[in-house]
Design a protein around this ligand. Structure first.
Ligand code: ADP
Ligand code: MG
Length: 277
């Protein structure tokens, strides 16, 4: 018999698909320089839709630079130059037909230090990214979006009675989850997270890890972490970066996370994941 169609949320905010779907992200032969200093060499990595990919490796090996290249953030550094391609569902994010704003809308970023707008209300913080996208939403749509995004970030129950309170008054863990909610409001296909829990206590860290596992159903996640237990808890795929003896940052090995931790191929990976670096 006929199936009653559930009306999909429509209107400007939800133009396009009615449900969020994650995207494949692929880096091909990425090399990067700051001036004359090469920091990445021939980094190729597929970050499959719906998975969490963890980037691990010692400080200075180019993980943050690689993450920034994935959403064109490195363009903010005038001395940065790049070779290679970044493909989102097969489409080049550096294609001149795609604006930087459009690229960053599809590929969101969360940083180590939570950076909500401190004086702005929790409610307005969630919606702050919309202004960039030029999307207009009426009051009902905004309410719906704020509730949806705070729920996805695991914050709705905690904060629903104080949406007008300033974002800066929240705990560190709540601020980071607010930043996740803010990233989600523009409906990204990929979420890049650069050491998102490094500044947080273990309880907040666990809450964010649980959130991540849920989120991965609708947004592809790439996380940089120095916490090997975290990499094993949250990721299905892992890439080990290294820069050594004048060699720019590169991927030593990558693949299934459990396999990489239990039987790494390269001795240097073995040493790193066992804390001997
Ligand atoms: P990681 O995140 O793995 O610690 P980074 O990507 O931050 O590594 O840094 C990789 C290399 O690039 C380092 O040698 C660092 O000093 C250099 N680097 C990072 N950002 C800049 C910048 N804005 N200008 C010049 N050099 C930079
Ligand atoms: Mg870094």
């Amino acid at each position: 018999g006929p199936v009653a169609a559930t009306p999909a949320p429509s209107g400007p905010v939800f133009a396009g698909a009615s449900a969020e779907t994650p995207s494949d992200l692929e880096a091909r032969l990425i090399s990067a320089w700051f001036g004359d200093h090469q920091v990445l060499q021939d980094v190729s990595l597929t970050m499959p839709a719906g998975q969490v990919t963890a980037l691990i490796g010692p400080s200075g090996c180019g993980k943050s630079t690689f993450l920034r290249i994935l959403n064109r953030m490195h363009e903010l550094v005038p001395s940065a130059t790049l070779a290679g391609e970044v493909l989102l569902d097969g489409g080049d994010i550096y294609d001149t037909s795609l604006s930087v704003v459009e690229a960053r809308k599809r590929i969101g970023m969360v940083f180590q230090k939570p950076n909500p707008f401190p004086a702005m209300s929790i409610y307005d913080n969630v919606l702050a990214g919309l202004a960039l996208t030029g999307v207009r939403a009426d009051r009902d749509r905004k309410d719906f979006l704020v509730e949806t995004c705070l729920t996805k970030a695991g914050l709705w129950n905690e904060l629903k009675d104080r949406l007008r309170a300033p974002g800066g008054g929240l705990s560190g863990g709540q601020q980071q989850r607010l930043c996740i909610a803010r990233s989600l409001a523009v409906r990204p296909r990929v979420l890049l997270m650069d050491e998102p829990c490094s500044a947080l206590d273990p309880t907040s860290t666990r809450v964010i890890e649980e959130t991540m596992t849920e989120l991965a159903r609708e947004v592809t996640i790439v996380i940089v972490t120095h916490n090997m237990q975290q990499a094993q808890r949250v990721s299905q795929q892992c890439a080990f970066f290294l820069a050594s003896q004048g060699q720019p940052g590169h991927i030593v090995e990558y693949g299934d996370t459990d396999a990489m931790f239990s039987e790494p191929i390269d001795a240097r990976t073995f040493d790193y994941v066992n804390g001997r670096f």
